[in-house]
Write a protein that binds this ligand. Structure first.
Ligand code: KIV
Ligand code: ZN
Length: 387
């Protein structure tokens, strides 16, 4: 089968990196429910857990493998036989399975986490890939903290693990350290200098410590990566991971980049809510794509422009992400145009003079009351009728 060079593979890690967050733990049935939704959403790979970490995580990978058949089911391991054996066992019911193994690649991790040397770490990585390859064909290798790793060493490591059988090489910016051009250049360097790189897919896995996870992931894709690791609502360790809804909608909105995914973006809004509720992790109101205010226009200037033509202030159709609709929020910053829009919506058709008078009364009310609802509008116009 010919590989489509512009297809971007979506690797969801909501149930692994996302679920690591304190307070976000899910039961196995809850994880299966989310995995089923991820399948309907169209993700290519579901990272279902870290099986050796606990019996519960092991069981979740087993149950997700039984319940979900379209996406590849992936299990995380460290670079050791015990972890890999547990992952192999947990994946035995998966129709398509992948083992995600790896080790630190920055000098900081090599020295302070492993008290080791570059040579020894590289050998351990290669050994882990070779060992896992005996059981599972699809092996993803992560070079942890690649964002801060020496690029020549990283290239050497990537080449060695591909030679050992890795089908995907994950270049994580584990600490969310990189700037987009630095991260993009790292991916380009690997693409141009690792001689067997065409035998593997490069994956981007970016954390959001500096708020750059999505920008870095996009930079990676623009420079040769073809898999992006992400989570619903961007949840994940510390400040989180690349958010799936953001990265997917960027690719869709900027179609001139030429990339495409198999994601049904209309499911984002509902799934975002489900994940938020199940994980007890509220979505910030101004969160891109799925936040409560993502399609709410509140200033008079914006409302006026939006009502003249939505393209003035809308680059995404809310329906494309399953959002109920754009909203014009009535506040003390709203203008006559927005007020009239809402009055007409509930059946009040005012003359210009009536609207001017109602608008004055509206401003007085909006200065003291934050939420102006339909009931308030009805009482504002009732005053006209009694005159
Ligand atoms: O951030 C990271 O480096 C990870 C790896 C385990 C892939 O989550
Ligand atoms: Zn991570």
């Amino acid at each position: 089968m010919l590989h489509d060079p512009n297809r971007i593979y979506i690797f969801d890690t909501t149930l692994r990196d996302g679920e690591q967050v304190p307070g976000c733990q899910l039961t196995t049935p809850e994880k299966v429910e989310i995995a089923r939704e991820l399948e309907l959403l169209g993700v290519d790979i579901i990272e279902a857990g870290f099986p050796v970490s606990s019996p519960g995580d092991f069981q979740s990978v087993v149950e997700i493998s039984k319940a979900v058949k379209e996406p590849t089911i992936c299990a995380l391991t460290r670079a050791n036989k015990g972890d890999i054996d547990a992952a192999v066992e947990s994946l035995k019911y998966a129709k398509r399975s992948r083992i995600h193994t790896g080790i630190g690649s920055s000098d900081t991790h090599i020295k302070y986490k492993f008290n080791s040397t570059r040579e020894e770490i590289l050998a351990r990585g290669v050994e882990a890939v070779k060992y896992a390859k005996q059981f599972v064909e699809d092996i993803e290798f992560y070079a942890e903290d690649a964002g801060r790793a020496d690029i020549e060493f990283l290239a050497k490591m990537v080449e060695a693990v591909i030679a050992a059988g890795a089908t995907v090489v994950n270049i994580p910016d584990t600490n969310g350290y990189c700037l987009p051009d630095q991260y993009g250049s790292k991916i380009r360097f690997l693409k141009e200098n690792v001689k067997n790189i065409d035998k593997a897919i490069i994956s981007v896995h970016c954390h959001n410590d500096l708020g750059l996870a999505t920008a870095n992931a996009i930079a990676g894709l623009q420079n040769g990566a073809r898999q992006v690791e992400c989570t619903i609502n961007g949840i994940g360790e510390r400040a989180g991971n690349t958010s799936m809804e953001e990265v997917t909608m960027i690719l869709k909105t900027h179609y001139s980049l030429g990339f495409h995914t198999h994601i049904n973006t209309r499911k984002f809004y509902d799934l975002s809510h489900k994940v938020s509720e199940m994980m007890h992790m509220p979505v910030q109101p101004n969160k891109a794509i799925v936040g409560h205010n993502a399609f709410a226009h509140s200033s008079g200037i914006h409302q006026d422009g939006f009502l003249k033509n939505r393209e003035n202030y809308e680059i995404i159709n809310p329906e494309d992400v399953g959002f109920p609709s754009a909203s014009i929020v009535l506040t003390a910053r709203s203008g006559r145009h927005a007020l009239n829009f809402h009055l007409e919506r509930i059946g009040h058709h005012l003359t210009k003079v009536e609207l001017d008078e109602t608008y004055k009364r509206f401003l007085d009310l909006a200065d003291v009351k934050k939420d102006i609802n339909d009931e308030d509008l009805n009482s504002l116009v009732r005053h006209l009728a009694v005159k």
